[in-house]
Write a protein that binds this ligand. Structure first.
Ligand code: FMN
Length: 340
C-alpha cells in the first residue's frame, strides 16, 4: 500500500499539545504535520506569551505544526496572526468546528456555522490583513448539515490554504458516525485543497476514504492516533514489528511522553491527570480495554496509578496490531473537553 495523501495529526485540546506531538514524532513515523490545539482569542492589550507556549518553535522541531485560532473578533485575530508570524508561522488555521456549548453560544467554533454573513465579514477583514496563509477546519453545520453549503460559497471567494471538513454537526458532538456520504456532496463544491477528518481508526477506514476521494490533499486523524500511535505507519503500509516489539515500542513512547510532560510542568498532579486522560485512549491497545480503562480512571492516588501503569504496560495483554483492528467505541475521555 503506498501513501496517497498527507497524514495530519488533528488538534485535541488537552491531549495533542507539544509533549504528545514530540513524543509521537520521536517514537513513530508517518505523521506529516499537526494542527496544534486552539489558542482562544481573548481581549488584552498585549498577547500574553503564555498563550503561545504550546507553539514556541524551539519546542516544536520534531513535527511541523500549524497553530489554530478560536474566536470571532477580527482585530484580535489579526493581532494573534501577527504574533504567530513573528514566531515564523506561514500558515494558521481557524477553528470553525468546536462543538462545546459554551463556546458555540458565543458564535465561536461551530457556533459560527449558522451565520455565514458573519463568517464572510471576519474573512473579509482578516484575510487581507494577516501576514500568512489561512486554512479553516469546520463541521457540516451547528444544527443542520445544510449549513455548510452557503459557507463553502463564501470560503471559495478567499485564497485559503486548505479546508478541513469533519462531516458531523456541532450538536452531535461525537455521537453517530461521520457522514461520509454528505462529505461526498460537499467536497466537489470546495475550490481549495480539501482535507478529510473523522472516524479514521483503521487501515480499512483510511483506504475507504482515500479510494472514494482520490483528490484529497490529506486525512486528519485525532482519536485514532491517540488510541493507536502506530496508525500512520500502518496507513503508510509499513510492516509492524512483532507483537512483543510493538509493546516495547509503546512502553518507550509512554516514557518519552512522561519526560516531555515533566518538562511542560513540574506539577506531579499535571502529569498524573494528563496520563489518566491518555489512558482513556491507550486502553484500546490492550485486550481488556474496558477493564483497563475503568481501573486506571478510578485510581485517585498518584503512586498507585503509576505502579499500575507499569504493571499494565509490562504485563497487560497487548493486541497484536498486525492482526487486530482497534475498534474505537469512544470513552469518557474523548468527551471530557466537550461538556458545558
Ligand atoms: C478532547 C477533544 C479535544 C479537541 N480539541 C480540538 C481543538 O483544539 N481544535 C479543533 O479544531 N478540534 C478539536 N477537536 C476535534 C478533533 O480535532 C477532530 O476533529 C475530531 O476528534 C474528529 O476526528 P477523529 O475522529 O479523527 O478524532 C477535539 C476533539 C476532542 C475529542
Amino acid at each position: 500500500m503506498s501513501k496517497q495523501s498527507k497524514i495530519i495529526l488533528a488538534p485535541l485540546h488537552g491531549y495533542t499539545e507539544a509533549a504528545f506531538r514530540n513524543a509521537l514524532a520521536e517514537c513513530f513515523s508517518g505523521y506529516d504535520e499537526a494542527i496544534a490545539p486552539f489558542i482562544a482569542l481573548s481581549p488584552a492589550e498585549r498577547i500574553n506569551p503564555a498563550r503561545l507556549h504550546d507553539v514556541v518553535p524551539a519546542n516544536n522541531i520534531r513535527l511541523p505544526i500549524i497553530p489554530q485560532i478560536l474566536g470571532n473578533d477580527s482585530s484580535l485575530f489579526i493581532s494573534m496572526a501577527k504574533a504567530l508570524a513573528d514566531l515564523g508561522y506561514t500558515q494558521i488555521n481557524w477553528n470553525m468546528g468546536c462543538p462545546k456549548k459554551s463556546i458555540a453560544a458565543k458564535k465561536r467554533g461551530s457556533g459560527l456555522l449558522p451565520h455565514p454573513d458573519f463568517i464572510d465579514s471576519i474573512l473579509n477583514e482578516v484575510v487581507p490583513n494577516i501576514p500568512q496563509q489561512l486554512s479553516v477546519k469546520l463541521r457540516l453545520g451547528r444544527n443542520h448539515p445544510d449549513e455548510i453549503y452557503p459557507i463553502i460559497e463564501i470560503l471559495n471567494h478567499y485564497p485559503l490554504a486548505s479546508v478541513t471538513v469533519h462531516p458531523r454537526i456541532g450538536i452531535q458532538l461525537y455521537d453517530e458516525k461521520a457522514d461520509v456520504d454528505r462529505f461526498a456532496t460537499v467536497m466537489p463544491l470546495i475550490k481549495h485543497p480539501v482535507i478529510y477528518n473523522g472516524d479514521i481508526f483503521t487501515t480499512t477506514d483510511y483506504q475507504r476514504i482515500i479510494t472514494k476521494f482520490p483528490s484529497l490533499t490529506g486525512c486528519m486523524i485525532g482519536r485514532g492516533v491517540l488510541a493507536n500511535p502506530f496508525l500512520a505507519e500502518m496507513l503508510n503500509g509499513q510492516t509492524l514489528p512483532s507483537s512483543s516489539e510493538q509493546q516495547t515500542r509503546f512502553i518507550h513512547f509512554v516514557n518519552v511522553l512522561m519526560d516531555e510532560l515533566k518538562r511542560e510542568s513540574r506539577s506531579s498532579h499535571f502529569l498524573f491527570s494528563r496520563m489518566k486522560d491518555y489512558w482513556g485512549f491507550f486502553s484500546y491497545l490492550f485486550a481488556e480495554t474496558e477493564t483497563v480503562y475503568k481501573e486506571m480512571v478510578r485510581i485517585t492516588d498518584e503512586t498507585v496509578f503509576f505502579a499500575r501503569q507499569t504493571a499494565v504496560l509490562n504485563e497487560g495483554v497487548w493486541k497484536d496490531l498486525t492482526s487486530t483492528d482497534i475498534a474505537f467505541t469512544g470513552t469518557k475521555a474523548d468527551k471530557k473537553e466537550l461538556e458545558g
